[in-house]
Design a protein around this ligand. Structure first.
Ligand code: NAD
Length: 357
């Protein structure tokens, strides 16, 4: 029976890389029925907030989506609906594997790290008080009376809320992921030495969850130390779980270790829905030129196939991508090497599809 999947091409380079990924996924032979949903800056201008309801309804019904990147116009408004998609579908964890591909130059070809990050709360909760806002001065007074700390009267304030419930469920997802994917260790990444009320709580929740997974090793590491280890001995890192702020930075460090954003896949997961999307954005300057790297989107598609239980199709897709990167003759501008010309997005798609026939 066919799997029902929402396909969201997005905007910018989204439609090009999504088309390449869809072609590669179909070439594996996995039976997928796509429900095409436009969702991007242009569609938002036409439809307004109703756009979100339409897309959410489709993903809710199917439980799975493949999504291209969507731009955030500087005028505002849209950012909130991109975030709203994650919030409405309760996609509370971002999973970003950073695995070196054959032939792609990296000082660490053994890199095979998975960053699991919280998708909400933390400094990204957006609770901010600009320095000239009246509430900022109320907060400064509160800090002075409750903590005896005088904040400079031109301080802005950003709050970092982190809940035990939110921490525990992302930790649980990281352990489940480790178990399902034959991973040995989950490491909690934090700064609990400084932020006891938040990162300390996160670490405590991770420890409690770890007790329920005796088959998976657990340790923890300060975020600065984790970054140093990543760029010195990434082969010793396995599954890293952390709040969103650190996750944003650490996953880009991981992407850098394996060849950049063009090869960094991702998924946003909740208990009822899963949206697979590359880590990169809509790269507007490349849009419409058939030159963006589709591999990150294809690898996100492989993650989706695993999620759907199509492990054989997923592994063949990963294998075909590996053959293309090992040979190095059909790679986009960001990966082209040894003086070989950069390939087009569509040529990379054809090269991967050809190896799946
Ligand atoms: P970006 O990821 O689009 O681009 C960063 C750099 O990486 C650019 O130099 C770009 O050319 C390059 N790059 C990215 N993807 C590539 C690919 N597939 N192939 C080759 N090169 C690639 O990040 P940005 O410039 O900060 O953001 C552009 C827009 O995308 C913004 O509006 C941002 O809000 C949005 N964005 C969306 C998502 C999402 O929808 N999930 C994620 C990140 C950014």
């Amino acid at each position: 029976m066919a799997h029902h999947v929402t396909l969201i091409p997005g905007d910018g380079i989204g439609p090009e890389v999504c088309d390449a990924a869809r072609r590669a996924i179909e070439a594996t032979g996995a039976a997928i029925e796509w429900d095409l949903q436009e969702f991007g800056a242009d569609a938002y201008e036409r439809e307004g907030p109703a756009l979100l309801e339409r897309v959410i309804a489709s993903v809710r019904e199917r439980g799975v989506a493949l999504k291209g990147p969507t731009s955030t116009p500087s005028g505002g408004g849209f950012r909130s609906i991109n975030i709203a998609l994650r919030r409405e579908l309760d996609l509370y964890a971002g999973v970003r594997p950073c695995r070196a591909l054959p032939g792609i130059p990296t000082p660490f070809p053994q890199t095979d790290v998975v960053v699991v990050r919280m998708n909400g709360e933390d400094l990204y909760a957006g609770i901010e008080y600009p320095r000239d806002d009246e509430t900022a001065s109320t907060l400064r007074e509160l800090v002075a009376t409750t903590r005896g700390v005088e904040l400079a009267d031109d301080s802005g304030v950003s709050l970092k809320p982190l809940s035990r419930t939110g921490s525990a469920r992302v930790a649980r997802l990281a352990f489940e992921y480790a178990r399902a994917n034959g991973r040995r260790t989950v490491t909690a990444v934090h700064k609990a030495t400084v932020m006891r009320a938040t990162d300390g709580l996160f670490l405590e929740a991770c420890r409690e969850v770890a007790a329920g997974y005796p088959d998976v090793e657990f340790d923890d590491r300060l975020v600065d130390n984790a970054c140093a280890k990543l760029v010195m001995r990434p082969q010793e890192c396995d599954v890293l779980v952390m709040p969103i702020m650190y996750g944003d930075i650490v996953s880009d460090v991981g992407a850098g270790l394996i060849g950049g954003l063009g090869v960094a896949p991702g998924a946003n997961l909740g208990d009822d829905a899963a949206v697979f999307e590359a880590v990169h954005g809509s790269a507007p300057k490349h849009a419409g030129h058939d030159r963006a790297n589709p591999l990150a989107m294809m690898l996100s598609g492989a993650m989706m196939l695993h999620h759907l239980g199509e492990d054989d199709a997923a592994e063949r897709l990963e294998g075909a991508i590996g053959e293309v990167t090992r040979e190095g003759n059909t790679l986009t501008y960001d990966l082209a090497r040894d003086g070989r010309p950069a390939a087009r997005t569509s040529e990379v798609a054809e090269a991967v599809v050809a190896r799946l026939r």
